[in-house]
Design a protein around this ligand. Structure first.
Ligand SMILES: Cc1cc2nc3c(=O)[nH]c(=O)nc-3n(C[C@H](O)[C@H](O)[C@H](O)COP(=O)(O)OP(=O)(O)OC[C@H]3O[C@@H](n4cnc5c(N)ncnc54)[C@H](O)[C@@H]3O)c2cc1C
Length: 325
């Protein structure tokens, strides 16, 4: 069976890895310069900067086994960042026993490890799909990428919908998964501070703060040294300022860290990134994955399975199991 997978984030990579182990012929296409998707760290002159996923946890037995494998091959490490949280305007310690993992030297390392021997085409945006009742033809910029027995879409909900709509395959069942937005936006700003006044490596915001997370990059191996701090704005703030200028967003980020520190801090923006489709809408239902054999179509991704890296992996693995059943 020939299988095309669009999207080489954690879900697509997990699906590809399982299918390849079962002897299927898999080709992956990703519009990014490399695999990783929302786990990608940005390579800069200063070192890697994590702008998307910050760490991941493992609760499912299968995913725990996968993490142990990655720990052995060195593509992930445990992150022992000191954690704090904002409460009544002050930052207090927030220790817990949860094991947190990070990719090494960058977040996408475990995705890259899954795809070590995969047929991966990067820098390739699939912009048109055609279904002839039996198989799928993929196109990029008017050029055919081939014809496949099965298609897996492992891309964010809001990017999958227009492709399937144009292909004319959206029926009642598919339309149900596209009714409510599954992924909400997030503005990410990396700031260089003259000094980091907090005795923490990661600070959780709360419902009253515009930011949801602030983290010291240098607490992770392979990342930038010095006082490089990543700030994520919450979904409500990010939605409200979705089309704002990045300089304005950087200004809000500087204001937020100064307020948190209770003092004026010398701060400069290193990078600013808008994630249009970032983290899970808590109201969105959980499907796990979607398999439509009569359409030779599967959908996988964090958004179908509750969000987060672990659930993206589980969604991809679950879909692979369905495809070879
Ligand atoms: C700001 C932010 C913070 C986060 N923090 C955490 C965290 O701390 N812990 C945690 O567990 N999770 C976190 N997450 C969520 C985590 O990153 C995701 O759950 C996970 O990476 C999703 O994997 P995926 O494979 O489902 O999707 P993605 O990683 O989005 O992969 C989809 C891939 O599809 C490609 N693509 C899209 N459209 C096309 C097309 N038409 N043609 C070709 N390629 C295409 C994209 O380039 C991308 O590589 C965070 C996410 C963001 C954005």
């Amino acid at each position: 069976m020939t299988i095309a997978i669009i999207g080489a984030g954690m879900a697509g990579a997990a699906c590809a890895s399982q299918l390849t182990q079962q002897g299927q012929q898999v080709r992956l296409f990703d519009k990014g310069r490399a695999a990783g998707g929302r786990m990608s760290s940005k390579r800069t002159e200063l070192g890697y900067l994590d702008l998307g996923a910050q760490y991941f946890t493992a609760r499912d037995e299968g995913f725990i086994a996968q993490c142990q494998h990655w720990l052995r091959d060195g593509s992930i490490a445990q992150w022992q960042g000191r954690l704090g949280r904002l409460e009544k305007g002050a930052v207090i310690a927030s220790p817990d026993n949860t094991l947190r993992f990070i990719g090494v030297p960058s977040m996408q390392a475990p995705v890259v490890a899954l795809l070590k021997s995969a047929a991966l085409h990067t820098g390739c945006q699939v912009d048109r799909l055609a279904f002839d009742g039996k198989g799928w033809q993929l196109f990029s910029d008017g050029i055919s990428l081939g014809v496949f027995d099965q298609l897996v879409l492992a891309i964010p909900q809001q990017q999958a919908e227009p492709l399937l709509r144009e292909a004319g395959v959206i029926d009642t069942e598919l339309s149900a998964v596209f009714t409510m937005p599954a992924l909400l936006p997030c503005w990410a700003v990396n700031l260089e501070l003259a000094s980091g006044p907090w005795p923490y490596d990661g600070i959780f915001g709360n419902a009253n703060s515009p930011f949801s997370w602030l983290a010291r990059q240098s607490s992770k191996p392979g990342r930038c040294n010095g006082e490089q701090w990543l700030l994520h704005f919450g979904a409500a703030f990010s939605q409200q300022h979705l089309d704002a200028d990045s300089r304005d967003i950087a200004g809000y980020a500087i204001e937020a860290v100064q307020q948190l520190a209770g003092q004026t801090l010398a701060a400069e923006m290193t990078l600013c990134h808008r994630w249009r489709y970032a983290q899970q809408n808590p109201l969105y239902p959980r499907y796990g994955m979607l398999h439509r054999p009569e359409l030779a179509l599967g959908l996988a991704g964090d958004w179908l399975n509750g969000g987060r890296v672990e659930n993206a992996w589980l969604s991809g693995v679950q879909l692979a199991g369905e495809l070879v059943r």
